[in-house]
Design a protein around this ligand. Sequence first.
Ligand code: ADP
Ligand code: MG
Length: 549
Amino acid sequence: MYGGSGNSNQPIIVLKEGTERSKDKEAQFNNISAAKAVADSVRSTLGPKGMDKMLVDSIGDVTVTNDGVTILKEIDVQHPAAKMVVEVAKTQDSECGDGTTTAVVLAGELLKQSETLIDSNVHPTVITNGFKLAATKAVEVLNNISVDSNSDEILKKVAATAMTGKSVSGEEEYLSDLIVKVARLVEDDGKVDMSNIKIEKKAGGVTKDTYMVEGIVLDKQRVHPRMPKIVKDAKIALFTTQMENKKPEVDAQISITDPESMQAFLSQEEGTLKAMVDKVKSVGANVVFCQKGVDDLVQHYMAKAGIYCCRRLKQSDMEAVAKATGASLVGEITEIQASDLGTAEIVEEREVGTESMTFITGCKNPKAISVVIRGGTDHIMDEVERAMTDAIRVVGVAIEDGKVVAGAGAPEIEVGLRLSQYASSVGGREQLAIDAFAKAMEIIPWTIAENAGIDSIDAVIKLKSAHQKGEKGAYFGLDLETGEAVDMIQKNVVEPLRVKIQAVNSAAEVANMILRVDDVIASRRAPPMNPSADPSLGGPGMSGVGGMM
Ligand code: ADP
Ligand code: MG
């Protein structure tokens, strides 16, 4: 590779041999195409009528989903610019729990629009400046068209909108009700902490049999049938070690020669086990949850003492019970103290379908909520779980921020129109970039229409004209049944303001980051051991990088 040659005709070598490099427009166009390719890969999933993707991993496991971030996490993206776009989806997901496809599609469209500008020799710096101004203005417009979301009625719409397109159709209303109830119960000082929500799945019944419990539900039965089925005024001990005699690490043989020492050995073993139960009784515990195994004899003694016990709890369950009841995790049974115990009004074994589970209700921490998901198959329950957890987060965001906007393309059209007006007030070359940003916003309603089999041109024209008329214009989105522009607050399609703001901001940010790059220098990978190894390793875009200046 050769560096700039300056005045001398002799090229100066600055980079190691074998380094791949692309510069200027070539680098920009390479990066832009890679980013657009990522956006194109999820475009067809956008909106309630979006299609699903079937993802097959290297061991043949199949996931069917239309969730943007799930798709992008699974596909193995190699190009550096493409990776940056995937990051946008991840950020969007962690900040809002929704809007990942929107953010990525928007980023792709911003870059597509800039391509035309670069072609007509607008400098990337001018474009990035324009995009920055446009994003700031867009956020202002979004704030202006947002509405209050303090009522449960609006929150239910938010939940239903977040679930559209996921395979829970038919049950949106029931689930939205449940989701808002859960979010409200968990809400603390305007914050919805997802870690207070525990989800259990039990096959059987239908989706509508899914219900919520104020407290903790464990997929565990009591270990001994003679233990009480219900314990009131529960004092709960949590043990992270086994309630058994320790087995020798290696195969040891103990040789006992006479019956007396045999008896002595056995009673000593029994003694330690009984001492465990005595200790538990002495601190006043009447419920024991053990993360490991519980010896038969210990079970027997505890049953006699009226203690309720479950064994082999998951680490996450132990932590959930600790948080909900105020119990401490104890590693040494003989060291437990009364102050380590947690409290709950009732610990009880209840039937769920044909099986039993343990319910801990009236917990010390009233914010602990569990959801028991029911459904015909594991696959259905997984879908419901994904849809519900996302929707609870989205409702949480709406509760935290207190602001929502209409959906179905309404905010994007409004922002587009306002940006066009704003562009002319800015003037100069930046105006071109702001106009391009305005145009890019239309990709959202355009794509939602396209995916629903509605003529995109007509749809965007109808939306624009609805927005230019009347005061409520800003709420008009695309009705996918009729193809008409309709007030989406009335039509129950609403999304948290944060979802839209984050999507616009991160799309603009990644577009700018990609546009500012005018030189891609890649050190060549270490030569593969097997020279015929996968030639695609370089990734789709990088193969073009080889063409030098
Ligand atoms: P994302 O990953 O961006 O959330 P989705 O596939 O969930 O992608 O689609 C979200 C888009 O679909 C949003 O613009 C939202 O307003 C729109 N949308 C949701 N429900 C409806 C509906 N019933 N009619 C029209 N558009 C809808
Ligand atoms: Mg969504």
